[in-house]
Write a protein that binds this ligand. Structure first.
Ligand code: ZN
Length: 520
């Protein structure tokens, strides 16, 4: 998630004009000499189905999700059958399985997790509920009696518990089948529908994580990204009226047309979640980075900025592949939609349509796209508990912005951005109850002004200072080692500290205690 609540300093203010002039001259020169344009890409072509070729996958036994859904935009509904193959990777038997059913958070105005407390922007036509209705559950071949075996609980009814007849032994698999329907709220949020968009984020029942603390059953907090999941394999079919095009976390493997509808099939391996965005306004432009096809989806009127978004995504992926490690998925989609800022999902990011429509200032579009691309490495690949240790992905995504500006604009701009990050981090010191403690649960933050500086800036300051502490070479080795060790897995703050100490050969306990407020 990118917080764009307040106007932020444009790091390119002074040099931007110069860059534009140089750039225009360069393009002119290239077109005069008949060279290929810098932005050579497949413009406005439909995304064609391809077989999924993914060179790298998790070697752990994974859950798999197979969902067949049909969306009815006029009625704002979706019906689906979801099949899950669940594997018990713990070393104890499990007598129940818990799933998150996040759409229920949108049932009431009081619990609806609209972002940044901006109700009017989220619901321009007023509040109307969204929810998930669980129709049927099968465990193996047996239909579960909904009254006795499953219960929907949690603060906002976002937890589904499925009790098992027989406990599931370590290493054993079990199949679950869930029929459900969704009422999609008229909200410009992660989950919502409007004139230009169908945002399907956190839309299907997803298995909760069982970790050293047992089942993680947190509600859908309205602050931060309150999601935590393991990587899994996905196969998703979505049927929709013909006029819609879909962008998704996975690769489009099939597209079949009927009289009135199109069936879109997407698949992915070893992915942490699966989001989909539909629109009848989408145009696309794409470009390859290594084995990854970066696809920009934008509304017809925003083709200029849509191509800029592609460029920001491409350049981000290039530098992050070099500095952190290779992004392994065959596609990465940067998608324009109605949303207040930017939101990361694996293989797909939401970018606010308002950022595409302001052609005079591309900084918001740039920095949001860079930040969400940073999350592909920290959150999507290297997973973390985003409820208890949000800094592990937000601060790393914030630091990714600095990495990008260093590469493409030089150390002067980078230093400026570092200064801004450090000073907005300092704002958190004066925040109520902060006490220098960066590693803390979402429930302990009072509001966005509390959360933003601590989880984003103060944590990023830790990385800025770590680089100074251990030197450039060791710092990049730490980042690479951390990524390599924990991609497709879940890392904790201690894991990062351990990697830092191992790679640097230094005792960094004092450094991290001070920077993260671990002793407080
Ligand atoms: Zn973020």
């Amino acid at each position: 998630l990118k917080i764009l609540k307040k106007p932020f300093r444009n790091p390119l203010k002074k040099s931007f004009k110069k860059i534009v002039i140089i750039f225009t001259l360069l393009i002119l020169a290239l077109s005069l000499t008949g060279c290929e344009s810098l932005f050579s890409s497949n413009e406005n072509t439909a995304v064609n189905p391809t077989p999924i070729v993914q060179t790298e996958r998790s070697s752990d036994p994974l859950n798999s999700y197979s969902i067949e859904a049909e969306v009815f935009p006029d009625k704002k509904t979706l019906t689906a059958t979801e099949k899950i193959s669940y594997v018990n990777t713990e070393n104890l038997s499990l007598s129940e399985i818990y799933l998150h059913i996040y759409p229920n958070a949108f049932r009431k105005k009081t619990t609806a997790p609209f972002l940044f407390d901006q109700f009017d922007a989220a619901y321009p036509d007023g509040f109307s509920p969204g929810n998930i209705d669980i129709k049927n559950i099968k465990v193996g071949n047996k239909i579960v009696d909904m009254k006795t075996y499953s219960s929907i609980s949690g603060k906002d009814s976002t937890i589904l518990k499925i009790k098992l007849d027989k406990s599931l032994k370590p290493g054993a698999r079990i199949s679950l089948e869930i029929d459900f329907s969704l009422l999609i709220p008229p909200a410009a949020e992660r989950f919502g529908i409007g004139a230009n968009y169908i945002n399907l984020g956190n839309w299907y029942p997803i298995v909760a994580v069982y970790d050293q603390n047992g089942w993680n059953l947190d509600p859908y907090y309205s602050i931060g990204d309150p999601f935590y999941s393991d990587v899994a394999d996905y196969n998703i079919k979505i049927t929709a009226p013909k006029k819609y095009k879909f962008a998704a976390s996975g690769v489009l493997t099939e597209k079949n047309e009927n009289d009135d509808t199109t069936i879109w099939t997407f698949a992915s391996y070893s992915m942490r979640d699966f989001a989909i965005i539909g629109s009848d306004k989408f145009f696309t432009s794409s470009k390859k980075v290594g084995d990854t096809n970066v696809i920009s989806y934008f509304y017809k009127n925003d083709s200029t900025t849509g191509k800029e978004a592609l460029d920001f995504g491409v350049k981000s992926l290039k530098i992050f592949n070099e500095k952190f490690g290779t992004y392994p998925y065959p596609t990465y989609s940067v998608v324009e939609t109605s949303f207040p800022s930017g939101m990361e999902y694996p293989g797909l990011v939401y970018i606010s349509d308002t950022l595409y429509q302001d052609q005079s200032n591309l900084t918001g579009l740039a920095i949001t796209t860079i930040h969400e691309t940073g999350h592909q490495y920290f959150y999507a690949l290297v997973g973390n508990d985003q409820i208890d240790e949000a800094w592990l992905d937000e601060s790393f995504a914030t630091y990714s912005e600095i990495v990008y500006y260093e590469k493409y604009y030089g150390t002067k701009i980078m230093n400026q951005l570092e200064e801004d990050t450090i000073s907005s981090g300092k704002a958190s010191i004066v925040a109520k109850d902060f006490n220098g403690k960066v590693v803390r649960a979402l429930s302990t933050f009072n509001n966005w002004d509390d959360y933003g500086p601590a989880a984003y800036s103060y944590g990023a300051t830790t990385l800025i200072d770590l680089r100074k502490e251990v030197g450039d070479k060791v710092f990049w080795n730490i980042m690479k080692s951390y990524f390599t060790k924990y991609k497709f897995k879940i890392a904790t703050t201690n894991d990062f500290i351990n990697v830092s100490e191992l790679v640097s050969g230094k005792d960094l306990s004092k450094f991290f205690n001070i920077h993260l407020g671990l002793a407080n």
